[in-house]
Design a protein around this ligand. Structure first.
Ligand SMILES: *[C@@H]1O[C@H](CO)[C@@H](O)[C@H](O)[C@H]1NC(C)=O
Ligand SMILES: *[C@@H]1O[C@H](CO)[C@@H](O)[C@H](O)[C@H]1NC(C)=O
Ligand SMILES: *[C@@H]1O[C@H](CO)[C@@H](O)[C@H](O)[C@H]1NC(C)=O
Ligand SMILES: *[C@@H]1O[C@H](CO)[C@@H](O)[C@H](O)[C@H]1NC(C)=O
Ligand SMILES: *[C@@H]1O[C@H](CO)[C@@H](O)[C@H](O)[C@H]1NC(C)=O
Length: 510
């Protein structure tokens, strides 16, 4: 009895309210557990711009990213935070549509400064989009292009939405999206709504198929035989993995480096430094030419693993302009090194490039580069070196024009190219772009949220800091349909002429 009483007494705290709190606490804990489970689960399904939960592109396999440096929870938290919470609370930046009043102000500014004419190579925007001038671009054809794309981006009212399908190698995706965000910031309210499928890997894949409609697909390069639409590559905003700086800075440094030595003092050989182990037959062939006496050529193998360890002291691009001749050899496809080689002010020796990026169509043999044959490679380089050493002022002039061409492609022009390409593309869309339900908004803050320290530094240095005070350069009207054929024929004629000179010299020797 007494016991019971004790029990009754001691049970006093278990009043209904105690029970209530216990239940609430228990429910809360289970809810938390469920939430954590859900969050982890949710995070483990969320695809991110740095490659979480994405497989490498099946058409170009590369090592899958690990993310083992962070714990599961940290990772889950970061994914949720960066992917879903950041843009929502971000200050509305330049990406937002400007108010009517601001537009008025801008028009005032804009009219006070007239834009320059776009460089000549902007004409190729028309050639790249030519396959769709008649058929136009339907949502159906875009959906079909998905099988070749690593991601899709949709711009609606100045906001960027990204749907991820596969991971991109290194930090390409991050830097490419950063470039698009900067464009939106530079020209607020001017970039039209677009829906674009993009592959971030190197090789063009898009050929005309018999009977089927061509698929619109953006990437960093194309060829004469492909329909891929070239877009400025990530390295214009920096390439952290190989220590390449944002383009405007990098060009300035290379140009300064090139001026430390007069033409007369530059080494009279052809020079190539790079990574030959990229499944590039032409780079393998080039290794055979490494003989200054026989071929006037010096080849240096670059090991990026070792360079990274040594703090990139020996791979500075600005220290590589001391030679009169600089060789460009394509890698697995086009190579970002082209722009740095052309910037040196040396005579660029281009080994018959197969791939084109957005600006390389502006190159003209003997005007701003020297064409090298891939067939009899070492002989062809030797011939160019001998020609240059016999005609130093002509060789120097070609090198100067190459450097001037690269100087004319400032970041302003890179943004203008993106702007005009996207505007012309948008005109061909026969539908109103809507972000797919699986797409996420990407804004500056959400992108920086995923960036590591080194990436952050380059991203900040390459950021657009103010709305442009001039409108984009003026795009000339669409040239007549024969223009591009004539252009290609003229180029080929000059190249044949050089081959002919080589042949006659070789014939005279043997
Ligand atoms: C991922 O981790 C494995 C094992 O820790 C390692 O062998 C591999 O090189 C890593 N891959 C990358 C891309 O870092
Ligand atoms: C391409 O299409 C044409 C006409 O439809 C047909 O005659 C030709 O055989 C096709 N070629 C191939 C390679 O399928
Ligand atoms: C080319 O030759 C030079 C001098 O003989 C040598 O230092 C260099 O390692 C060679 N390059 C390659 C890729 O073998
Ligand atoms: C590059 O250097 C690293 C580290 O020194 C080495 O393990 C690797 O085998 C080298 N790669 C080549 C292709 O020589
Ligand atoms: C130069 O010679 C090569 C091989 O001897 C030949 O294939 C090529 O057609 C020649 N080119 C010109 C322009 O004469």
């Amino acid at each position: 009895m007494a016991k019971k009483q004790v029990w009754v007494h001691s049970s006093h705290p278990r009043s209904p309210s105690y029970l209530f709190f216990s239940i609430v606490a228990l429910s809360f804990l289970s809810l938390m557990a469920l939430l954590i489970y859900k969050v982890d689960n949710f995070a483990s399904q969320t695809k991110t711009i740095v490659g979480h939960n994405l497989k490498p592109t099946p058409w170009h396999i590369f090592p899958r990213k690990n993310f083992t440096d962070e714990s599961l929870h940290t990772r889950a938290y970061k994914i949720i935070q960066c992917s879903y919470l950041t843009c929502r609370y971000a200050a509305t930046d330049g990406a937002a549509q400007p108010s009517e009043e601001n537009m008025e102000k801008r028009r005032g500014l804009v009219s006070s400064r007239s834009p320059p004419k776009c460089p000549n190579f902007f004409k190729f925007i028309y050639r790249d989009l030519e396959p769709w001038f008649k058929t136009r671009i339907s949502i159906d054809i875009i959906t079909q292009a998905k099988k070749h794309a690593a991601f899709r981006f949709v711009i609606v009212e100045g906001k960027l939405f990204v749907d991820l399908y596969y991971d991109c190698v290194q930090s390409r995706l991050m830097f490419t999206l950063w470039g698009i965000l900067q464009l939106l910031k530079k020209y607020p309210g001017m970039v039209p709504d677009v829906d674009i499928m993009f592959d971030c890997m190197d090789k063009p894949s898009n050929r005309v198929k018999n009977g089927s409609l061509p698929l619109p697909l953006f990437r960093y390069c194309t060829t004469e035989a492909h329909l891929d639409i070239p877009f400025p590559d990530w390295s214009f905003w920096g390439w952290p993995e190989v220590n390449i700086q944002p383009w405007d800075e990098q060009f300035k440094k290379i140009k300064q480096g090139s001026q430390t030595q007069t033409w007369a003092k530059k080494i009279v050989h052809a020079y190539w430094k790079g990574n030959p182990d990229v499944e590039s037959p032409i780079r393998m062939d080039l290794m055979q030419c490494n003989d200054t006496n026989l071929w006037g050529t010096e080849i240096i193998r670059q090991n990026w693993t070792e360079e990274a360890k040594a703090g990139y002291e020996h791979s500075k691009l600005s220290d590589q302009c001391n030679y009169r001749y600089k060789i460009y050899a394509e890698g697995y496809a086009w190579s970002v090194s082209l722009k740095y080689i052309l910037s040196c002010g040396s005579l660029p020796l281009l080994i018959s490039p197969k791939y084109e990026d957005f600006f390389s169509r502006g190159l003209v043999p003997k005007l701003n580069y020297w064409p090298i044959s891939s067939v009899d490679l070492c002989h062809s380089i030797k011939f160019a070196v001998d020609w240059g050493n016999t005609n130093p002022s002509q060789a120097e002039a070609i090198g100067k024009r190459a450097q001037q061409l690269m100087g004319s492609i400032s970041m302003d022009r890179v943004y203008d190219y993106m702007f005009h390409l996207m505007s012309q593309y948008a005109k061909l869309q026969d539908f109103k772009p809507v972000p797919p339900s699986s797409a996420q908004q990407v804004c500056e803050e959400s992108l920086l949220c995923f960036a590591d320290e080194k990436q952050k530094e380059l991203l900040k240095r390459s950021a657009v800091t103010a709305v442009s005070s001039t409108p984009p350069c003026t795009l000339i009207r669409r040239p007549n349909p024969y223009f591009f054929n004539i252009w290609a024929e003229q180029k080929q004629k000059i190249i044949d002429n050089v081959r002919d000179m080589e042949n006659r010299t070789n014939a005279a020797i043997t």
